[in-house]
Ligand binder design. Structure first.
Ligand code: HEM
Length: 409
């Protein structure tokens, strides 16, 4: 495979930006009108995801291990997207779906590369696409042996903690095996859109999962305003490998949360409580005390001794929970943003740090911590920007504009 030619043409193609993605989908829906209903009505976010995933594939096409892992994972995850047969019954993605997408891709490259699109380059692209499509189909077939295409999850209870924040629990029809700190694609069937939400609890024996959502767009506002006990949601394969590698060492842990970015960090704290009871500090920031919507659960967690304490002799006190607000009438606790308070509680030189919050909060916290002497490689963050396919998020973590934990739309 002529990787240099593929990369060079990809770079030239990228100059077209969103126009190319629009053309790709317009072509796909002309080739296969029946594919239109598989995609959301508003294609704005999907367009960015397709481009970034394709870019990743092309730049790794000579790295067999990386390409195989990425494409097989993407194929396994694509099992949650269903096509339809002639009678309108749902069918899993098959080879013919990939042929449509491949034809639309080649037509789009031809359109935007103009005279640079030679028969030799066409053959390179066709071969690279076929390789990826085969890997995706193999990944899907292999995943079929270990996990369902998606989980159907019934809403067990819903609590509105504030006008714009709800906490709810679901019970999936099969055990959904995720790691603390990971996220799951979630669909409200009547909205036909998938968004990523992070479990707020360590995996439980009964399989129930708690989610925290702040109303910020159509999807999250629907959950906050309309979700009821007994509603059905769909869950896809768990993703994310940054926050979930919290156990890469046994150094003390500092968890810094803003808004509903608390969810994955609470899951991590619960897992620590159930495991070694490693010394952990959890700083949760809000503008006012009203923003601390999960205060009671966190106080209870801090008062629970680690499960392993009978062995290690360590008692309570493994978790130091520090709520902090920027202003609050008669507030007795810490004052300042989560980042400022975390720095004040330092130094954190030999500590693993996990940060999760809005883009601004994440940026501010990382800057404050690194200026105070925390080595950047000790800080773990994850991006679930809706315009980015999450397994690509680690690469984007260096670009803080992509963080949008509190902005599930
Ligand atoms: C090389 C081939 C392909 C690549 C690189 C690719 C890439 C992607 C990516 C990265 C996403 C976003 C996933 C997420 O954020 O959770 C996505 C979503 C999706 N893909 Fe693909 N895909 C490919 C083939 C296909 C095919 C053959 C079909 C079926 C015709 C398909 C249908 C969909 C659908 C329906 C979505 C969800 C859209 C939404 O609800 O936002 N994809 N794809």
């Amino acid at each position: 495979m002529d990787v240099a030619a593929l990369r060079q043409s990809w770079a030239q193609f990228c100059v077209a930006g969103p126009e190319a993605a629009k053309y790709f989908y317009a072509t796909l829906f002309v080739i296969a009108p029946e594919a239109r209903t598989m995609f959301p009505t508003n294609m704005q976010y999907q367009q960015d995801k397709l481009l970034s995933a394709l870019g990743h594939i092309i730049t790794h096409v000579d790295d067999e291990r990386e390409l195989t892992a990425f494409a097989q994972r993407l194929g396994a995850d694509h099992r949650r997207f269903r096509g339809e047969d002639r009678q309108g019954r749902p069918v899993p993605l098959a080879e013919w779906h990939y042929i449509w997408v491949g034809q639309a891709l080649l037509a789009t490259l031809e359109r935007f590369l103009g005279p640079r699109w030679t028969p030799a380059l066409r053959a390179e692209w066709a071969a690279a696409y076929e390789l990826v499509a085969r890997l995706m189909l193999t990944g899907a077939a292999e995943a079929e042996r270990t996990s369902p295409p998606y989980w159907e999850a019934e809403v067990q209870w819903v609590q509105r903690r504030r006008a714009d924040v709800c906490v709810f629990t679901v019970r999936p029809n099969y055990l959904c095996d995720y790691l603390p700190g990971q996220s799951l694609p979630v669909q409200v069937p009547q909205l036909r859109m998938w968004r990523y939400l992070s479990p707020a609890n360590a995996p439980r024996a009964d399989g129930t999962i708690e989610f925290h959502v702040r109303a910020a767009g159509r999807f999250s506002t629907h959950l906050v305003r309309k979700l009821r006990e007994g509603d059905q949601l769909l869950l896809g394969l768990p993703v994310g490998d940054a926050l979930s590698s919290y156990d890469r060492s046994q150094l003390p842990l500092l968890l810094v949360a803003g808004g509903t970015g608390l969810a994955p960090l609470r899951a991590v704290a619960e897992a620590v409580q159930q495991g070694s009871g490693r010394a952990t500090t959890l700083v949760v920031g809000g503008k006012t005390p009203d923003d601390l919507y999960d205060d009671q659960a966190l106080r209870e967690l801090a008062a629970t001794p680690p499960a392993g304490s009978w062995r290690s002799g360590a008692g309570g006190g493994w978790l130091r929970y520090v709520p902090t607000v920027e202003s609050g009438w008669q507030w007795q606790g810490e004052v300042g943003t989560a980042g400022q308070t975390a720095v004040r509680l330092g130094p954190w030189r030999d500590t693993d740090v996990l940060v999760c919050g809005s883009p601004e909060m994440t940026r501010e916290t990382i800057t404050a911590l690194t200026v105070s002497g925390v080595p950047p490689e000790r800080i773990l963050v994850e991006s679930y920007d809706q315009s980015l396919y999450p397994p690509l998020a680690s690469a984007a973590a260096a670009a803080p504009r992509d963080f949008s934990w509190t902005g599930v739309r």
